[in-house]
Design a protein around this ligand. Sequence first.
Ligand SMILES: NC(=O)c1ccc[n+]([C@@H]2O[C@H](COP(=O)([O-])OP(=O)(O)OC[C@H]3O[C@@H](n4cnc5c(N)ncnc54)[C@H](OP(=O)(O)O)[C@@H]3O)[C@@H](O)[C@H]2O)c1
Length: 315
Amino acid sequence: MLIKEVCILGGSGFVGSAIVAKLAAAGYSVKVLTRRRDNAKHLFLLPKVQVIECNVLDYQALNSALRGADAVINLLGILHQGRRVNFNAIHHQLPAQLAKICKDLNIKRLVHMSSLRAGKNAPSQYLRSKGAGETALVSHLDELNITIFKPSIIFGRGDSFINLFASLVKVLPVVMLAKPNAKFQPIWVEDVASCFVACLADRASYGQTYELAGPKVYTFRELVQAVMNTLQVQRPIIGLSDGLSYAQAFMMEILPIKLMSRDNIRSMEADSVSEQAFPAIFNLTPTSLETLIPQYLVDQTPRGAYDRFRRSAAR
Ligand SMILES: NC(=O)c1ccc[n+]([C@@H]2O[C@H](COP(=O)([O-])OP(=O)(O)OC[C@H]3O[C@@H](n4cnc5c(N)ncnc54)[C@H](OP(=O)(O)O)[C@@H]3O)[C@@H](O)[C@H]2O)c1
């Protein structure tokens, strides 16, 4: 089936913005559903991209917004539960409703974002709810052409993980690091976006689940060290025991800004590492973190800060 119009949930976010830009460049018409148009204002000028306000958790509203689409991409995800929203609603109920609406509207193509290590027996609520979302979708494989992606941590300009640690190491005299030996296999956001766009019209990806992980495995400590090396900032890293990691996260849950929760720590009990080779179907060699973080953290290095001041002073 020829896909012309793609509707995307979560298109305003970090990964979504990269996917929307690539979809637009590939000539698709893209409808981005968002809670607030302002959240997606950086997408307004992209060709053939429409930003629509929609409460995607409302069945009728979502049903109306998806009318006319040939394919749907679902990227909705949260790392922290709140009073009004929880993992189950976003990661499980929403994909289940989405599949139902796609069937009602005869939209056959659905591409869904899950997470590496998501599953029924995963250690955290985040990962279990993502697993429940996958299970809900897999039950529709007879009627819908579904592809599921399970990435490790995703990095790139505007990411929350690397940038958070870049900010912290600049102000903290010592880094008290929870779960220092937890493992990650970071994948570049542009590589993830390329896979989403490439799979859309590729029948070979129908019914498939792909793990996406970068070329190298890092411990949490090594990742923070890589950030410090890039910024030319050296701070002692004190690795916390499991007990202290949970205690630190508990304290952070009380803060108004959500940095880390106990559920995030539980997610790190399962190494975010893939045992599979990068999916050959995408014909892509994933880009390494070391190649890229100097580019996007460059404004935060001493030299980058100097260049930034010079630019702002128009010199
Ligand atoms: N970033 C990573 O390292 C990583 C790793 C593995 C998997 N993932 C998965 O990849 C997906 C995208 O991640 P991301 O880093 O791009 O996240 P993000 O920047 O936080 O974007 C998430 C999107 O979800 C929407 N959203 C958030 N809370 C919502 C709510 N309560 N109701 C309705 N919509 C809501 C937001 O849309 P509006 O604000 O426009 O409404 C936002 O655009 C998520 O499913 C995430 O679990 C990410």
